[in-house]
Write a protein that binds this ligand. Structure first.
Ligand code: FE
Ligand code: CA
Length: 573
């Protein structure tokens, strides 16, 4: 569908162009040059010359307040909070979107501007960067600005201002520089169906001071209309989708605004940079390429996809060029020194249609729900999940990386699950439906001499820790890596499948743990080992629910797929 002929190339200029940024020096700011930020070589690092555009802010104004906020006469436009994302060792993306309670025609039709400011201290006494940024009508008054020339491996605070209004303060940070093996601690999760429960998992994450990043693996919104109970029998009371199934730009924008109104989600965004990808529900349930869930034709679905992509970009703190009417290419690598290369994948847009030439396998007590035997399409190595261009890009990234850990930020599980004893009975929407392609990909990753392979996944509304093999159902094959699948923040694992979990676990010995509790994963990564804590929400309907670590998995470097399943007893003591 899209010509993704090259790996993602961030055009720094095109985002900066939307936000005339200025940077002050990291410390006292005594050395000011007039270098335009778009021409500053970010490799100069924190102590390099910093640029200030004197037309934007006075070089003598270093007070705790932003000097000049653009004029604005409406009500508080910062209701959706602030966010940061996609850090590298000298810069980070800052985000907000202006959306007052009752925008009115004037607001809607006007391109606005905001002032932004970043400081090395939460009281804004140590400004390091500031500027003006566009919030154009064309992008739903969203703001994406890259704060540059920052110190490596450092925390910062930032805020936005317009008229008399100042946003909440967000906390952002930079990554360690290449060569560093400094520890990384990050949370990850997926699947936050608004109607399925509260965001206690985000509340918990927001309160942690020591998470460097939060990684989101998709299903940030759900496109469904109201009261979609689907596979669950419960609901979260007042949390009801406020429109019919969304399928156009206005609809997707409203849906993101609804989800972003949640204070816990806002707090987790404000607490640290996020690194995000999407899965199916950002567009349409279980879509594959241009094949929609329902009988929407290809042309209409292509238009829908472009609208969905634009609204996603408008609401995510991503280092990606603004939408230009084409589908977005979002796969990219975020590095953490030489410790981690996090390759964020797009497993939806380029995939070939799910195979349909397997034999349906009914599940006991459930019936036919899309589980199939392995057919010829699934076994075909050229039946692709990522598409050839993305797969080539990934292999190039891995081959050129020095990272100790090669991490794939992935949507659907790669570790494989067969539902029943005997011949494989697979969920074709997962990598099992791309069985031959997965084996080929693992072969290429191995040949590219990667660091230790860790795959993080979402989508399934259940968490797992599992060994990765080219053929997951051949327990004699070599273990190639480890997968951690995140619990959903709020979405529910199908009630009718819950009784089948023990049976499935018995025939999938490579899956060492499985839980359909809601929550998140928290990883602590060093050169020697990778530790993942599974954190469970006790009552998914209650945003004030207890949230606590309940299991810990440890993988030693060089020994993939070997887990220490020590339960974290008294984890909160
Ligand atoms: Fe989901
Ligand atoms: Ca999904």
């Amino acid at each position: 569908m899209t010509d993704s002929t090259s790996p993602i190339r961030y055009s720094r200029r095109s985002i900066i162009a939307a936000g005339a940024g200025v940077a002050l020096t990291a410390c006292t700011g005594s050395d000011i040059s007039n270098t335009s930020p778009s021409t500053v070589d970010p490799s100069n690092g924190a102590t390099g010359s910093a640029g200030v555009d004197p037309t934007v802010v006075s070089t003598t104004d270093r007070g705790p307040q932003l000097a000049e906020a653009p004029p604005y006469s409406g009500s508080d436009p910062f209701r959706l909070g602030v966010a940061s994302g996609d850090p590298d060792s000298t810069s980070v993306v800052l985000w907000t979107r202006l959306l007052p309670d009752e925008p009115g025609d004037d607001f809607e039709a006007t391109d606005h501007r905001v002032a932004w400011e970043m400081s090395a201290a939460p009281d804004f006494e140590k400004p390091v960067a500031r500027g003006l940024a566009d919030a154009p009508v064309q992008h739903a008054h969203s703001v994406h600005v890259i704060a540059e020339n920052l110190g490596e491996n450092s925390w910062y605070w930032y805020r936005f201002r317009i008229g008399e209004f100042t946003s909440t303060v967000g906390r952002a940070r930079t990554a360690p520089a290449p060569g560093s093996l400094d520890e990384l601690r990050f949370g990850f999760s997926s699947c936050q169906q608004w109607e399925a429960g509260g965001y206690a998992a985000h509340r918990y994450a927001a309160e942690l001071d020591d998470l460097d990043l939060f990684v989101w693996l998709g299903d940030y919104i759900y496109e469904y209309g109201p009261n979609f109970r689907g596979v669950t029998t419960e609901d979260a009371g007042e949390r009801v989708h406020d429109s019919a199934e969304v399928d156009d730009l206005d609809g997707y924008r409203k849906r993101y605004a609804l989800y972003r109104s949640d204070p816990h989600l806002q707090a987790n965004h404000a607490a640290r940079p996020w690194v995000v990808t999407w899965d199916d529900h950002e567009v349409d349930n279980n879509y594959a390429g241009l094949v929609a869930e329902d009988d929407q034709d290809t042309e209409a679905f292509a238009v829908r996809t472009i609208a969905a992509h634009q609204a996603w970009w408008e609401h995510m703190p991503v280092r990606l060029d603004p939408p230009n009417g084409d589908p977005l290419t979002i796969y990219r690598t975020v590095g953490w020194g030489d410790l981690v290369a996090l390759h964020m994948l797009d497993g939806r847009q380029y995939r070939d249609p799910v195979p349909t030439d397997g034999e349906p396998v009914p599940l006991p007590g459930v019936g036919e729900i899309g589980v199939e035997s392995l057919g010829p399409t699934a076994l075909d190595p050229d039946h692709s999940m990522l598409g050839a261009d993305q797969q080539d890009w990934l292999i190039d990234e891995i081959a050129s990386s020095a990272a100790a850990w090669t991490v794939l930020g992935n949507q659907v599980y790669m570790h494989g699950i067969t539902a029943l004893p005997g011949a494989p009975a697979i969920n074709t929407d997962t990598w099992d439906g791309y069985f031959g392609n997965r084996a080929q990909l693992f072969g290429r990753i191995h040949a590219a001499k990667s660091g230790d392979l860790v795959v993080i996944s979402g989508d399934f509304h259940a968490s797992t820790v599992a060994a990765l093999r080219a053929d997951p159902f051949d327990q004699t094959a070599p273990i190639l890596g480890t997968e951690f699948m995140a619990p959903a923040v709020s979405s529910q694992f199908p009630v009718q499948l819950r009784d089948l979990v023990p049976l499935a676990l018995a025939v999938n010995p490579h899956v060492a743990d499985f839980s359909y509790a809601n929550g998140l994963m928290i990883c602590t990564v060093t050169p020697e080992r990778w530790v993942t804590e599974r954190v469970d929400v006790t009552d998914h309907l209650d945003e004030t629910s207890t949230v606590a670590p309940t299991a810990r998995y440890m993988v030693e470097a060089g020994v993939p797929g070997e887990f220490d399943l020590a339960a974290l007893v008294d984890a909160n003591a």
